[in-house]
Design a protein around this ligand. Sequence first.
Ligand code: LLP
Length: 442
Amino acid sequence: MKPRPWHDRRGLTDISTQTLSHVYPIGSRVDDRGHLLIGGCDAVELAAQFGTPAYIVAEDDLRARARAYVGGFSALYGDCDVLFASKAFPCTAVYRVLAEEGLSCDVASGGELALALRGGFDPARVYLHGNAKSLDEMRFALESGVGHIVLDSLHDAERLERVAAELGVTQEVLIRVTPDVSGETHAAISTGQANSKFGFGLADAPAAIERIADSPHLRLVGLHCHIGSQLLALEPFTRAVAALAALGDFDVYNFGGGLGVAYQQSQEPPSIADYVATLVGAAKAAVGPGKRLLIEPGRSLVANSTVTLYTVETVKRNVSTWVAVDGGMSDNLRPMLYGSKYEVAIASRMPGFGPARQPNYELCQLAGKHCESGDVIARDVLLDDPQPGEIVVTPATGAYGYAMSNNYNGVPRAPVVFCKDGNARVVVRRETYDDLSRRDVE
Ligand code: LLP
């Protein structure tokens, strides 16, 4: 059977007819006035009720993708587990939903571990990563009963041994390997190449395996790799699996995350089903039977579940047309860090929907409110006569948006609002000006 493209929702959901670009959350619609609806909630009303900027999450989308991962993987391979790479959206409510959906959790720091526990993850199903774990983070992990720690260097292993000895425990560990495989993506988020700050290189891995396998306080159960993020081709994953398998026979292989998503309608990433089928196929060919296989998706679980709403504050025309909104690099750093592109639409007049009108499209720069020229959320986007006070939407902001949000220029961080069946609930409130000085010591 020919695999269906990833945006084909059959089997993923029966929520409603998808009428928009597949970049928007599953179940998004446009009503007959041309208003965008996320999880059954009118984006314009959400903006009025909760203010802007705001991250709007379609809860059903999160759950549908989680089910596609868990169901798709376990249908093809019995002993498997899907770990939520929680750096992508480290928000308690998101942890909670994904714990409910039966996932395990990847945390990259003590802070993410604290959030994962708060969100309801069983510590035994948590995996702690990091190339520079502190002794305090290690102690916290061991005292919490974290199931696995992924070792990144010999110093990391020595330090964990010390902490485990101190606490009188034996800790199960995986070794992170850099398989010298890189896919096509932005250099800042490519991690599989030999010259990476992460993991053991292929040349050093055998000695590290031998050394760590001998440790009295560590129990080496398997290998891990993560070759990079926002990868739109599957072939590098196959090579990484083979490279990992060549390092020896282990009980557990963790192939990391990295599946790319569509930020723009023209992008057609592989489906979750094709991705897991590729990994399982490669693993079956390269490792013996009876293994436990793990994957760690972040972006592809959460990115398209969320849109960001902004209010247009000003429109200025000089060489370009600058449509300036009330957020920017404080709620979405990705355009500045990686040159990432986002779609933009006016949420009350979704293009191609609503009452017939003669559009007046203009090439615009969607500018943020921050004091840097580089703070442009989307360049060269066509907007139909944008006016101050109107709500604009950028879809596909669920991954690494909230995660990398910040207070530059003293801008309070945006709330997270979950929408489902026409009901909206705030799961993270907007920061206040008081929050900005909350840590001051007078
Ligand atoms: N596992 C490990 C060990 C990772 O380092 C990462 C991401 C993942 C899993 C999840 O990868 P994903 O499925 O999300 O591609 N801030 C950047 C992305 C950094 C990714 C870091 N590691 C961005 O906004 O594009």
